[in-house]
Design a protein around this ligand. Structure first.
Ligand SMILES: *[C@@H]1O[C@H](CO)[C@@H](O)[C@H](O)[C@H]1NC(C)=O
Ligand SMILES: *[C@@H]1O[C@H](CO)[C@@H](O)[C@H](O)[C@H]1NC(C)=O
Length: 369
């Protein structure tokens, strides 16, 4: 685990399925925050945690210890009730738990060589998937019950991804996305699209999950860098934008649906080359907007798009401008909220709306939340 973040106070950070809350694990314990206000909802200081996941805005957390305290084994998953402050269920595994995902029906546990699928309510095992060695616990999950997919690496030498249908408990397809092994994968909220980046981090690809066709390719940059996070806009239809954060400290926004709408007004031949399922490589750089030095270079980060507001132009029925709220957790202990806007002339603007230090906030009253 020789990464530049290994000395960071935050060991893990994730947003819940609708990005209304986020949770972090530190050397001291775990904390639950409100994404809008940065308010601390809940905290427990009982040792180091390497995995903390929250089920929507419920009282359910899935937590895994970092192995720094003897009682907090990285091989034990605890389903924890934040209302009662007590464990509901514990599951022990033979090797360390690398990632956990949940929706209202399923619980996914990712280990180095195996991924387990459970029924969340009964905690009964439904399936186990043998994977290629997945030491980083790479996975993506679309929580929507229609279109509930799990994406896992399908090769350790190239960037292939396995898509598994979590409700039907069967594999769906395999996509060869990159030449180099995968570094980051994400699914849109109802599993329509998957975005991937390889360890090279120069190209981000977006595929349509239903028939495994490539829809978009974006060039992030020329030099190799680590893509720490990818996130689609919250829309169920064609997500409007995709964001990426990288080890260079830049925040990238790629327009998907928005680009499509804008371009379609100009030329139908251009539209033909960017509609989903046509095989086309790197999109026009006009669809890529970068904020340099958004976060500290080299520090791991996790960004999500929380809202997108679009303004439609009545005269063309096209979408002509948009405004997005992007929240970024950096593993050195901060939450930043940026607002990103694109005007009619495709000119971007960025505003840092808030910045919170996640390690210094103190909850007003934990017992009332
Ligand atoms: C947690 O405990 C509260 C109070 O007993 C209960 O209402 C809630 O359903 C529990 N949550 C879970 C996820 O079991
Ligand atoms: C996702 O939502 C869109 C729009 O509601 C719908 O057309 C599409 O079929 C959905 N995808 C899945 C996999 O359910």
């Amino acid at each position: 685990m020789a990464n530049p973040s290994s000395s960071c106070p935050i060991l893990c950070a994730s947003f819940n399925q609708d990005a209304s809350c986020f949770v972090i694990g530190t050397r001291e314990g775990f904390k639950v925050f409100d994404s809008n206000t940065g308010k601390l909802f809940y905290e427990r200081a009982i040792g180091a945690f390497i995995v903390v996941e929250m089920l929507f805005s419920s009282s359910l957390l899935a937590i895994v210890g970092a192995g720094e305290q003897r009682s907090l084994s990285p091989r034990r998953l605890c389903l924890f009730n934040t209302t009662t402050g007590t464990p509901l269920r514990e599951l022990n595994f033979l090797t360390s738990i690398l990632a956990v995902r949940m929706n209202r029906k399923r619980l996914i546990v990712v280990l180095q060589d195996k991924t387990y699928v459970y029924d969340l309510n009964t905690v009964k095992i439904l399936d186990s998937i043998d994977t290629v060695p997945n030491p980083k616990g790479l996975c993506a999950f679309s929580p929507n019950l229609d279109g509930c997919f799990l994406a896992l690496p399908a090769s350790s030498t190239k960037g292939s991804v396995l898509l598994y249908n979590v409700m039907e408990l069967q594999s769906h397809c395999e996509i060869d996305a990159h030449r180099a092994p995968l570094a980051t994968i994400v699914l849109s909220s109802n599993g329509t699209y998957i975005a991937t980046a390889s360890e090279q981090g120069t190209i981000i690809r977006v595929h349509l999950v239903s028939d495994a066709t490539k829809s978009y390719s974006f060039r992030r940059g020329t030099y190799t860098s680590t893509i720490f996070s990818l996130s689609f806009g919250p829309s169920m239809q064609l997500p409007d934008i995709l964001v990426a954060t990288s080890s260079s400290g830049s925040l990238h926004v790629f327009s998907l649906g928005f680009a499509l709408n804008q371009r379609s007004r100009k030329s139908s031949s251009i539209l033909g080359s960017i509609i989903p399922d046509s095989f086309t490589d790197a999109l026009d750089p006009a669809h890529h907007h970068v904020l340099h030095s958004a976060v500290t270079a080299g520090v791991k980060s996790n960004a999500v798009i929380r809202h997108v507001d679009k303004v439609a132009d009545a005269s063309t029925t096209g979408i002509v401008s948009c405004k997005a709220t992007i929240s970024i957790i950096t593993y050195n202990g901060y939450l930043q909220e940026y607002s990103f806007s694109l005007n009619q002339r495709n000119e971007p603007s960025w505003t840092l709306e808030h910045e919170f230090n996640l390690l210094s906030v103190i909850s007003d009253d934990t017992s009332s939340s």
